[in-house]
Ligand binder design. Structure first.
Ligand code: ADP
Ligand code: MG
Length: 403
């Protein structure tokens, strides 16, 4: 992939700039529960505004399925964005048509406007050329700062980018740089940790990674499936029995490609899945029939930590245990500490991502010490799976279309 143009490549003063943002913030009881997405977006918007652009922000929010749903309006999120930016933010009740056009016409250089939820129009997810054109009509140039939505070829992420000169925003740029450093042309040896609940949700990921990384650590409940496939009795542990053959074929491919696989050597087991139950540490051949593995054991973690000094780049997706329920965050936290320390010491490039992975690394206090922690769940995984992200691809494809 050719690299995308960035804000360094354009003088925006006086231009109407359509910014595709990800304002799809997590909500709890009608309130925004985490401002991270807005904070990460601020540099791009503030830079454009300070440079005298008329900044027009668009985004999806939730799943209104192509119709206006008042509870899924971006209006309250626009207000929160204003607070994060420390800058007044106007709002338009539609993302296209006369309402949006009138709001754009009122903008002075440096002003910021948020448009209503793009998914209030069915054309958004259909990547309808009419919707793309209506969005393009609002602006002189297009900036995509929503890496987290770039795995979808929608009007606001892909279609519109074909109709205007298109650039990567600062957050998009940072994501692309970090991910290329980790998986594009990484400093070797490169290791990946893939853990979490299910092999089935991460098959493409495992398949892509065994061909690209030198070491693959498999943890979490998905390790149970691999251990069971190898003939270990995992008791009542969460596992996918129908994926034993798949697990074995992933191991065979790894061997063929020279990718070393690290599976747990010990496990933390419990008879009940509840906070602070009685637990035992057992070897992988000693899981009692009535118990389940809810975390990898101390010898496993020590083994992984001992390898860190010999690893230059580490990709991490998936908590090693059922981290939401104490004490099954123990292995994840211990490894997170070691990864954070090696990163801060400058001996390791560490890139993490995935919805639960980000929460787990935050809880572990390691989030700010990682080289890069991607806030893009699905898009991060698809990138790690080796897929082409349409919203990213079009930013470089646009170079030949529009010069
Ligand atoms: P991400 O969202 O970062 O891609 P996943 O969704 O694949 O990660 O996996 C996270 C989930 O896996 C967490 O909810 C965690 O509790 C669960 N998990 C990890 N290990 C185990 C285990 N041994 N038993 C049950 N659940 C587990
Ligand atoms: Mg998850």
């Amino acid at each position: 992939m050719a690299s995308a143009r960035t804000l360094d490549d354009v003088a925006v003063k006086g231009l109407r700039v359509l910014v595709r943002a990800d304002l799809n913030v997590p909500m709890q009881d009608g309130k925004i529960s985490d401002l991270t997405r807005l904070e990460r977006l601020a540099p791009t918007i503030n830079e454009l505004s300070a440079a005298g652009a008329k900044v027009i922000v668009c985004s999806h929010f939730d799943r209104p399925k192509g119709k206006p749903v008042p509870a899924m309006s971006l209006r309250p999120i626009a207000a929160a964005l204003g607070t994060v930016l420390g800058h007044e933010v106007a709002f338009a009740d539609d993302c296209i048509g006369p309402v949006a056009e009138a709001a754009v016409a009122k903008l002075a250089d440096g002003d910021v406007l948020v448009l209503e939820n793009t998914r209030f129009h069915a054309g958004e997810e259909a990547n309808d050329p009419n919707l793309s054109q209506s969005l393009a009509d609002l602006a002189d140039i297009y900036v995509n700062d929503a890496f987290s939505a770039a795995h979808r070829a929608h009007s606001s992420t892909e279609g519109v980018a074909r109709l205007r000169p298109a650039y990567a925003g600062r957050l998009m740029q940072a994501e692309l740089a970090a991910l290329s450093a980790a998986l594009g042309d990484p400093q070797r040896p490169v290791a990946a940790i893939v853990a979490g609940s299910k092999v089935s949700t991460k098959l493409d990921l495992l398949t892509n990674l065994v061909a690209k990384v030198d070491i693959l650590v498999i943890g979490g409940a998905m390790a149970n499936t691999f251990l069971a496939a190898q003939g270990h009795d995992v008791g009542k542990s969460l596992q996918e029995k129908d994926l034993h053959a798949t697990a074995l074929s992933i191991l065979a491919t790894a061997k063929e490609k020279g990718c070393e696989i690290i599976l747990p050597v010990d496990l933390v087991v419990s008879a009940t899945f509840a906070p602070n139950p009685p637990t035992q540490v057992v070897g992988i051949d000693a899981v009692p029939a009535n118990m389940m593995a809810l975390d990898v054991g101390p010898a496993t973690v020590a083994g992984i930590i001992a390898r860190l000094p010999h690893i230059k780049t580490l990709l991490w997706n998936g908590p090693l245990g059922a981290f939401e329920t104490p004490p099954f965050q123990t292995a994840t936290n211990a490894l997170a500490d070691a990864v954070a320390k090696a990163t801060v010491d400058g001996t390791l490039i560490s890139v993490g991502g995935g919805g639960d992975t980000v929460s787990a690394l935050r809880l572990a206090g390691a989030a700010d010490s990682m080289t890069y922690l991607s806030s893009a769940g699905g898009a991060f995984l698809e990138w790690m799976e080796g897929k082409i992200l349409p919203g990213v691809e079009v930013l470089s494809a646009g170079l030949s279309n529009l010069g």
